[in-house]
Write a protein that binds this ligand. Sequence first.
Ligand SMILES: [Zn+2]
Length: 140
Amino acid sequence: MSTHRGGCHCGNLRLTLRLTQSPDRVRLRACGCSFCRANKTRTASDPNGAVEIWADNWDDVSDYRFGTATADFVICRRCGIYLGAKCETPEGTRMVVNTNCLEDRAAFSGAPAPTDHDGESVESRIARRAANWTPTVVHR
Ligand SMILES: [Zn+2]
Protein backbone atom coordinates (compact mmCIF):
# COMPACT_ATOMS: atom_id res chain seq x y z
CA MET A 1 0.00 0.00 0.00
CA SER A 2 1.21 3.50 -0.77
CA THR A 3 -0.26 6.38 1.25
CA HIS A 4 -0.78 9.86 -0.18
CA ARG A 5 -1.87 12.96 1.70
CA GLY A 6 -3.54 15.96 0.25
CA GLY A 7 -6.31 18.45 0.56
CA CYS A 8 -7.47 21.82 -0.56
CA HIS A 9 -5.33 24.96 -0.75
CA CYS A 10 -6.57 26.76 2.39
CA GLY A 11 -6.34 23.67 4.62
CA ASN A 12 -10.05 23.24 5.36
CA LEU A 13 -10.29 19.89 3.57
CA ARG A 14 -7.79 17.07 4.09
CA LEU A 15 -7.66 13.56 2.72
CA THR A 16 -5.53 10.45 2.64
CA LEU A 17 -5.52 8.05 -0.30
CA ARG A 18 -4.18 4.51 0.08
CA LEU A 19 -3.38 2.63 -3.12
CA THR A 20 -2.31 -0.95 -3.78
CA GLN A 21 -0.06 0.24 -6.64
CA SER A 22 2.83 2.69 -6.59
CA PRO A 23 1.77 6.11 -7.89
CA ASP A 24 3.77 5.87 -11.12
CA ARG A 25 1.83 2.68 -12.02
CA VAL A 26 -1.64 3.91 -11.13
CA ARG A 27 -3.94 4.35 -14.09
CA LEU A 28 -4.84 8.03 -14.29
CA ARG A 29 -7.97 9.22 -16.00
CA ALA A 30 -8.73 12.49 -17.70
CA CYS A 31 -12.49 12.44 -17.40
CA GLY A 32 -14.25 13.93 -20.42
CA CYS A 33 -17.19 15.49 -18.56
CA SER A 34 -17.61 19.25 -18.83
CA PHE A 35 -16.58 19.82 -15.17
CA CYS A 36 -13.36 17.81 -15.44
CA ARG A 37 -12.37 19.30 -18.77
CA ALA A 38 -12.71 22.78 -17.24
CA ASN A 39 -10.61 21.73 -14.22
CA LYS A 40 -8.05 19.58 -16.08
CA THR A 41 -8.44 16.82 -13.51
CA ARG A 42 -6.27 13.72 -13.30
CA THR A 43 -8.18 11.21 -11.22
CA ALA A 44 -7.25 7.88 -9.66
CA SER A 45 -9.21 5.16 -7.91
CA ASP A 46 -8.51 1.73 -6.44
CA PRO A 47 -11.31 -0.63 -5.37
CA ASN A 48 -8.84 -2.28 -2.95
CA GLY A 49 -7.52 1.04 -1.62
CA ALA A 50 -9.02 3.48 0.86
CA VAL A 51 -9.88 7.18 1.12
CA GLU A 52 -10.45 9.15 4.30
CA ILE A 53 -11.61 12.74 4.20
CA TRP A 54 -11.85 15.42 6.89
CA ALA A 55 -12.90 19.07 7.00
CA ASP A 56 -12.43 21.72 9.69
CA ASN A 57 -15.75 23.20 8.63
CA TRP A 58 -18.15 21.22 6.44
CA ASP A 59 -20.22 24.38 5.87
CA ASP A 60 -17.33 25.51 3.67
CA VAL A 61 -17.51 22.34 1.55
CA SER A 62 -19.65 22.23 -1.55
CA ASP A 63 -21.14 18.97 -2.80
CA TYR A 64 -21.65 20.12 -6.37
CA ARG A 65 -23.93 17.96 -8.53
CA PHE A 66 -24.83 18.06 -12.20
CA GLY A 67 -25.87 15.70 -14.98
CA THR A 68 -27.36 12.55 -13.45
CA ALA A 69 -26.73 14.03 -9.94
CA THR A 70 -25.40 10.68 -8.71
CA ALA A 71 -21.95 12.00 -7.68
CA ASP A 72 -20.96 14.80 -5.31
CA PHE A 73 -18.05 16.86 -6.59
CA VAL A 74 -16.26 17.76 -3.35
CA ILE A 75 -15.05 21.34 -3.60
CA CYS A 76 -13.78 23.76 -0.92
CA ARG A 77 -15.91 26.91 -0.96
CA ARG A 78 -13.07 29.00 0.49
CA CYS A 79 -10.28 28.21 -1.96
CA GLY A 80 -12.11 26.48 -4.82
CA ILE A 81 -9.98 23.34 -4.95
CA TYR A 82 -11.65 20.17 -6.28
CA LEU A 83 -10.72 17.05 -4.25
CA GLY A 84 -12.66 14.40 -6.09
CA ALA A 85 -16.07 12.90 -6.76
CA LYS A 86 -17.99 10.87 -4.20
CA CYS A 87 -20.85 8.45 -4.86
CA GLU A 88 -23.18 6.52 -2.55
CA THR A 89 -23.44 2.97 -3.91
CA PRO A 90 -25.15 -0.17 -2.56
CA GLU A 91 -21.63 -1.30 -1.46
CA GLY A 92 -20.98 1.96 0.42
CA THR A 93 -19.38 5.33 -0.24
CA ARG A 94 -16.90 5.35 -3.14
CA MET A 95 -14.63 8.12 -4.42
CA VAL A 96 -12.26 9.03 -7.20
CA VAL A 97 -9.52 11.42 -6.10
CA ASN A 98 -8.13 14.29 -8.13
CA THR A 99 -4.39 13.54 -7.88
CA ASN A 100 -3.64 17.24 -8.46
CA CYS A 101 -4.70 17.89 -4.84
CA LEU A 102 -2.12 15.45 -3.41
CA GLU A 103 1.18 16.63 -1.91
CA ASP A 104 3.11 14.12 -4.06
CA ARG A 105 1.10 14.83 -7.23
CA ALA A 106 4.30 14.71 -9.33
CA ALA A 107 4.74 11.01 -8.42
CA PHE A 108 1.58 10.25 -10.42
CA SER A 109 3.51 10.31 -13.65
CA GLY A 110 1.37 8.19 -15.96
CA ALA A 111 -0.34 9.73 -18.97
CA PRO A 112 -4.03 10.23 -18.14
CA ALA A 113 -6.34 8.14 -20.30
CA PRO A 114 -9.33 10.07 -21.63
CA THR A 115 -12.64 8.66 -20.42
CA ASP A 116 -16.16 9.52 -21.42
CA HIS A 117 -19.21 8.02 -19.75
CA ASP A 118 -21.83 10.04 -21.59
CA GLY A 119 -24.85 7.92 -22.45
CA GLU A 120 -24.32 5.45 -19.61
CA SER A 121 -27.47 4.61 -17.64
CA VAL A 122 -27.72 5.61 -13.97
CA GLU A 123 -27.77 1.94 -12.91
CA SER A 124 -24.63 0.96 -14.82
CA ARG A 125 -22.94 4.19 -13.71
CA ILE A 126 -23.44 3.38 -10.03
CA ALA A 127 -22.47 -0.28 -10.56
CA ARG A 128 -19.25 0.82 -12.30
CA ARG A 129 -18.38 3.16 -9.44
CA ALA A 130 -19.12 0.47 -6.83
CA ALA A 131 -16.71 -1.85 -8.70
CA ASN A 132 -13.94 0.62 -9.61
CA TRP A 133 -13.94 3.57 -7.23
CA THR A 134 -12.19 3.67 -3.86
CA PRO A 135 -13.97 2.78 -0.59
CA THR A 136 -14.29 6.01 1.38
CA VAL A 137 -14.77 7.09 4.97
CA VAL A 138 -16.05 10.64 5.42
CA HIS A 139 -15.29 12.05 8.90
CA ARG A 140 -18.08 14.51 9.47
ZN1 LIG B 1 -9.88 25.28 0.87
